[in-house]
Ligand binder design. Structure first.
Ligand code: NDP
Length: 274
């Protein structure tokens, strides 16, 4: 029997939950495929991709620290990957060309909508201005929030991001970039943490009354325990403080769809992975 090969490539990679997710999707939709972890040397991303491709690989998910290199390597870049400036999914076409796409942003928005979060007319704050934030700005703006404020430790990066996406901003949406000190006096319905601070148990310096009563907090990071940001949100009036596991599952489902043309159901996996 012929099996199509897929993998997630990164360094480190042992912690990745992607094989568990895609194996579940493949079983559910009865696809003849396998999906493994692929460790690339820090200076050997391109070679590892080409080796995988020439030995029958059909597609890759790309994680830290290779999303920019994947962008440079791809022959075709999807519009949303162009906007994100990064690639998290590689598709190996039968004609030999490699296409790069980015499913992180749609993953976040699908997870928020799954939790019945209303983005339209909401005041949204996003913390951080790195690759993950760049990837989610376009899909968030397409939901027409009342405001989208980007706050970052290095304020200039947030200001630049707001400028870079101003053409996607509906006239009634306020898009603004700033540093954390500029947040005092403002309140938000939704705060999304897209910094990597949670990975080291840290928290950006946030004013106490930043979240409107009953507002929602979302940390793109995830772990076996609530993150520092989720704990902060719970202590500051959040009705719900989510982690990024749902985003991970939804971005994987979108990658699976790009490769196989079938949308897997994410509901059972959401339950089993909790
Ligand atoms: P980057 O390295 O590109 O960006 C990191 C960002 O975090 C920068 O804005 C940086 O600020 C900020 N930062 C880092 N440390 C601190 C700190 N101690 N205090 C305040 N700000 C800090 O990372 P990514 O954008 O790729 O990833 C960000 C997060 O998103 C990670 O936790 C990652 O795991 C998560 N993620 C989750 C996904 C999912 O599917 N759930 C998908 C993709 C990412 P500065 O610019 O000042 O350095």
């Amino acid at each position: 029997m012929h099996i199509d090969h897929y993998a997630v490539i990164g360094n480190p990679i042992a912690h990745s939950k992607s094989p568990q997710i895609h194996t579940h999707f493949a079983e559910q939709t009865v696809q003849d495929m396998d999906y493994v972890r692929l460790l690339a040397p820090l200076d050997g991303f391109q070679q590892t991709v080409f080796d995988f491709h020439t030995t029958g690989g059909r597609g890759l998910n790309v994680t830290v620290p290779f999303k920019l290199e994947a962008y440079q390597l791809a022959d075709i870049i999807s519009p949303r990957a162009q906007r994100a400036g990064a690639v998290n999914t590689l598709i190996f076409h039968p004609d030999g060309r490699i296409e790069g796409d980015n499913t992180d942003g749609i993953g976040l928005v699908r997870d928020l909508l799954y939790h019945h979060v209303t983005l339209q007319d909401a005041d949204i704050l996003i913390l951080g201005a790195g690759g993950a934030v760049r990837g989610v700005l376009a899909p968030l703006l397409s939901e027409h929030p009342a405001s989208l404020v980007i706050a970052n430790r290095t304020a200039d990066k947030a200001v630049q991001l707001a400028q870079d996406f101003s053409d996607l901003c509906a006239p009634r949406t306020r898009l603004h970039g700033c540093g954390y000190a500029d947040l005092s006096g403002q309140t938000f319905d939704i705060i999304v943490n897209g910094t990597s601070a949670s990975l080291s148990g840290e928290l950006p310096p946030l004013p106490d009354d930043l979240l409107k009563p009953g507002g929602l907090a979302y940390d793109m990071a995830y772990g076996s325990e609530p993150t520092a940001f989720q704990r902060w949100a719970q202590a500051h009036g959040a009705s719900l403080a989510l982690d990024g596991l749902g985003m991970l599952i939804e971005q994987a489902a979108e990658s699976f769809y790009l490769w196989r043309g079938i949308r897997p159901d994410t509901q059972t996996l959401r339950i089993s992975m909790r």
